[in-house]
Design a protein around this ligand. Sequence first.
Ligand code: THU
Length: 144
Amino acid sequence: MSNTLDNGKCKCLISAALEAREKAYAPYSKFKVGAALFTSDENIITGCNVENASYPACNCAERTAVFKAISMDKKSFEAIAIIAGKENDGIKDYTSPCGVCRQVLREFVDPCRFKVIMAKSMDDYKIATLEELLPLSFGPENLE
Ligand code: THU
């Protein structure tokens, strides 16, 4: 796979996110989310949401993927694909990352370059940069 985010790459990431969504643990919201993070060294690291009876302890799919990646010593990312929907309702909408996940991604990427792929299916998706989703953000450079 090359490093540019062409249509084939997007499909590949969405397919990985769809597979990850199958693993979602979402007995409370029944909203199952899958994410697939594309690393600069061309790996795909997936995540799903993991809920908890103590609701604030829930973890989003995007953060699961980022935290997995960091624990694998991967810290450079190009894009993330996200696909989500209610368990028995199919995938009806594009899902964009929550504010906390946007900020977690911000820690590791250049917001102007990093792409967020919000998918309804392999052929139906929207792309935004992290800068568009989290303008005027606060990041590591602000602490230098
Ligand atoms: N969720 C995600 O995993 N990612 C998002 O972008 C939005 C929300 C999860 C958290 C919770 O398990 C469920 O979806 C309902 O909010």
